[in-house]
Design a protein around this ligand. Structure first.
Ligand SMILES: O=C(O)CCC(=O)C(=O)O
Ligand SMILES: [Fe+2]
Length: 347
């Protein structure tokens, strides 16, 4: 961790609800649904998975395998850069863009074991500083990946929400063509080196992402999701699959119908691991309300109107208490909601 320790990260206040993380045990018989996007039942299956699991693995998603392989080499090159180079773009209090230790490392009772690199906005702005002479191939790749991921998120949104009777007219920030042209996006690459004491360490502490959707690419296992009644379930890597997760904003948009995915990254003693998370979000200052069609007498309005900018700044203060703190009504009885157990953290 010598490189990592030289890079400071956000100063995050202490959290008071850490013990509950350790209390649930995984049930090995349960696995996160793997859904084939080309299957006619995919929309129904994805909609079900978002409600019950908050996450699924997607295969036959249409993203070229060559692009996934290239992004994997890109991350390798990125984290192989010398520290002097990485220090040119370090996360600060003002911006989470750049290199840094995992967020929340100060509030979780395990040793942080990983580093991340976050790309926000135009990739050229960041990557030029890292590779002044050789930026084009990395910039083109990042742009291509961002474009493909955004299109995939749009597809997943309409297929899943379509099952609930939602159309582009219902979401003002989707635009009249439903292409989410004004959506926000960020890319976070994570690197978790081989760890001599994996039980005392954590790659990324438990959290939910603040996004609408997160699409994660992993080739090595380490991602776990917290499922009510099951505990921590390992998301076993499936070749060329993408892990699609519900973020806080989609939970709000669906009036609590879709469960936010609470997840963590564990580390191990034998191999290093890298992952790439694409965050698909609403435009920063656009007001987002629970969809009217999903507010019913049995499911009263659960959240107020929020903007992503306001939500993010709250989340940096309140962490796992953010969703409960803005909630207007309790989830209907029987609705799985891990947030009530104070297990959600910033993403
Ligand atoms: O590395 C992983 O599997 C999880 C990454 C993640 O949750 C994130 O970057 O928000
Ligand atoms: Fe995450």
């Amino acid at each position: 961790m010598s490189d990592v320790s030289k890079i400071h990260s956000l100063n995050i206040p202490t959290n008071k609800n850490l013990d509950s993380f350790q209390q649930q045990l995984p049930d090995a018989s349960d696995t996160v649904p793997v859904i084939d996007l080309s299957h006619p039942d995919a929309p129904k299956l994805m909609n079900n998975a978002f409600q019950t699991w908050g996450v699924f693995q997607l295969v036959n998603h249409g993203i070229p395998v060559s692009l996934l392989n290239s992004i994997q080499s890109f991350i390798q090159d990125l984290f192989d850069l010398p520290t002097s180079q990485k220090l040119k773009i370090v996360r600060s209090r003002e911006s989470i863009a750049g290199f840094g230790l995992v967020p929340l490392s100060q509030v979780y009772p395990k040793r942080p074991w990983g580093e991340g690199f976050t790309l926000i906005g135009n990739p050229v702005d960041h990557l030029q500083k890292l590779w002044p002479e050789d930026c084009k191939k990395y910039c083109d790749l990042a742009e291509e990946y961002l474009k493909e991921m955004k299109n995939l998120c749009g597809k997943v949104m309409w297929l899943t929400l379509g099952e609930l009777g939602i159309t582009p007219e219902d979401i003002n920030w989707a635009g009249s063509d439903g292409e989410f042209k004004t959506s926000n996006q960020a890319l976070r690459m994570n690197s978790y080196p081989v760890c001599p004491e994996p039980d005392e360490s954590i790659g990324l502490p438990p959290h939910s992402d603040s996004s609408v959707l997160t699409v994660l690419y992993q080739t090595t296992k380490g991602l776990q999701v917290l499922i009510e009644g099951k505990g921590w379930v390992t998301v076993e890597p499936v070749k060329d699959a993408l892990v699609v997760q519900v973020g806080d904003m989609l939970h709000i948009l669906t009036n609590g119908l879709y469960s936010p995915s609470v997840h963590q990254a564990v580390v191990n003693q034998t191999h290093d691991r890298m992952s790439t998370a694409f965050f698909f979000g609403t435009p920063k200052n656009t007001e987002v309300s629970p969809l009217k069609k999903l507010v019913t007498p049995t499911r009263p309005l659960m959240y107020p109107t929020v903007t992503w900018a306001d939500y993010l700044s709250k989340k940096y203060e309140l962490f796992e208490e953010t969703l409960p703190s803005i909630r207007l009504s309790a989830p209907p009885p029987g609705l799985s909601n891990v947030n009530d157990q104070n297990q959600v953290k910033v993403g």
